[in-house]
Design a protein around this ligand. Structure first.
Ligand code: G3I
Length: 372
């Protein structure tokens, strides 16, 4: 069943002209020797999407948001060249899609879906349920009626609206918390409904769009053994009871230092061994733990190796039929969410410099994909 869904997703990509199944024409060592700086020209570098048989994705901004693809058009050639899958960083979250109890706002996300379709890309939906305070609409925070019925309606309406436009969803995002006794994040959803809201969201999403691939998405599952175990226990319980989860998204907001590649690979494998699709869903690799002012060349090289090794670990741990793809959380360093956190801190976590030239990290990804 899951493989069928994934096959459908990949054949949609090919039919849409997004091209997943490119063959690897050049070996990684050729690339390493011929193109290795971060000043390579646009046309001389390979398109990432041509190097993989699974979706290669990008987090984008849309509507009137900062760095929207409909406003900052200079980013489009790079996005269109390298990626065949998009995810909205902000505009498909709860407060955007469902700003008032009886008002769903779809036009901005529909525009993004149209952009994806017109450019041969798939659209991944992020996210139906997430605890992040500013992304929960005020009316929901103050809701006094039947919370389960209300959340069911939220999931059903949105998933049904995007059926045929969104191929996969992060149904529930970041619901596990290794710091709590229950192991679940004590979000407003948990406080109202206990952990039941999680399974009910998957059930409602499957009913509303049986073709969509349904993911549980979370961060640091590769870094915290307890978090991984809690998530696996949830999956095992769901499997036993027939709750329709198809895959797991490892956000992979990581860094050049830790955890070890072995631990990351083992985390992917634990999920893949249970038969689930595995996605790297929000990848970025920070480098600046010690608050340096410069992005030194030796750090660029470490970042390149880290990207390469994590993607190689993914390819080694996850069989081809279970690869949901890799999505990078932003295009250029200057616009990464990590640079919005603190004005006194900056980092260089992504694949491209601010002028869209590829960084060594980009070539780390190329080399990992070509090594396959
Ligand atoms: O909408 C306003 C805009 O009108 C205003 O001009 C601007 C001023 O800075 O703020 C805008 O909203 C911000 C939005 O990003 C767009 O930049 C929000 O305040 C800010 O909270 C929002 O941050 C996003 C965050 O999720 C919360 O939604 C980040 O861009 C996005 O990268 C981040 O993504 C999360 C994933 O969803 C889940 N996993 C972790 C990941 C990183 O935190």
């Amino acid at each position: 069943m899951k493989n069928l869904v994934l096959l459908a997703l990949i054949s949609c990509l090919v039919a849409c002209g997004g091209g997943g199944g490119g063959s690897n024409h050049q070996t990684s060592s050729t690339y390493a020797s011929s193109i290795s700086s971060d000043s390579s020209s646009f046309s001389s570098v390979p398109a990432l999407k041509d190097l993989a048989d699974f979706p290669i994705g990008m987090e984008v901004s849309a509507a009137d948001q900062p760095r929207s693809i409909f406003i900052e058009k200079s980013q489009l050639p790079t996005i269109n060249k390298h990626f065949n899958s998009l995810v909205a960083g902000v505009i498909m979250k709860m407060s955007f899609l469902h700003p008032e109890e009886f008002n769903y706002h779809y036009t901005d996300a529909d525009d993004l879906a149209d952009y994806a379709a017109e450019n041969g890309m798939i659209l991944h939906g992020h996210t139906l349920i997430w605890h992040w305070d500013s992304q929960i609409p005020d009316w929901m925070k103050n809701y006094t009626g039947d919370w389960q019925a209300m959340l069911d309606d939220h999931v059903t309406q949105i998933t049904a609206h995007f059926a045929g436009k969104v191929v996969s969803w992060d149904v529930v995002n970041e619901a596990i918390d290794p710091e709590t006794e229950s192991g679940f994040r004590e979000s407003i959803f948990y406080q109202k409904l206990g952990s039941k809201y999680i399974e009910n969201a998957f059930i409602a999403a499957r009913e509303a769009d049986p073709a969509a691939v349904l993911y549980y998405n979370d961060f640091a599952m590769e870094a915290s053994q307890r978090k991984l175990e809690l998530m696996l226990a949830m999956l095992d319980d769901f499997k036993e009871r027939g709750i329709p989860v198809d895959g797991v998204g490892f956000q992979m907001h990581t860094n050049i230092f830790d955890p070890s590649i072995e631990q990351i690979q083992a985390s992917f494998k634990a999920v893949a061994d249970r038969g689930y699709i595995v996605r790297i869903s929000e990848m970025d690799v920070t480098v600046n733990r010690f608050n340096e002012q410069f992005f030194y060349n030796h750090i660029k090289e470490l970042q390149k190796q880290r990207y390469k090794n994590i993607i190689k670990a993914y390819l080694a741990a996850v069989p081809a039929a279970q690869r949901g793809g890799i999505t990078f959380w932003g295009l250029v360093d200057g616009e990464s969410w990590v640079n919005e956190l603190d004005p006194d801190y900056r980092d260089w976590p992504l694949l491209f410099n601010d002028d869209y030239s590829p960084k060594p990290a980009f070539f780390g990804v190329v080399e990992a994909l070509l090594d396959e």
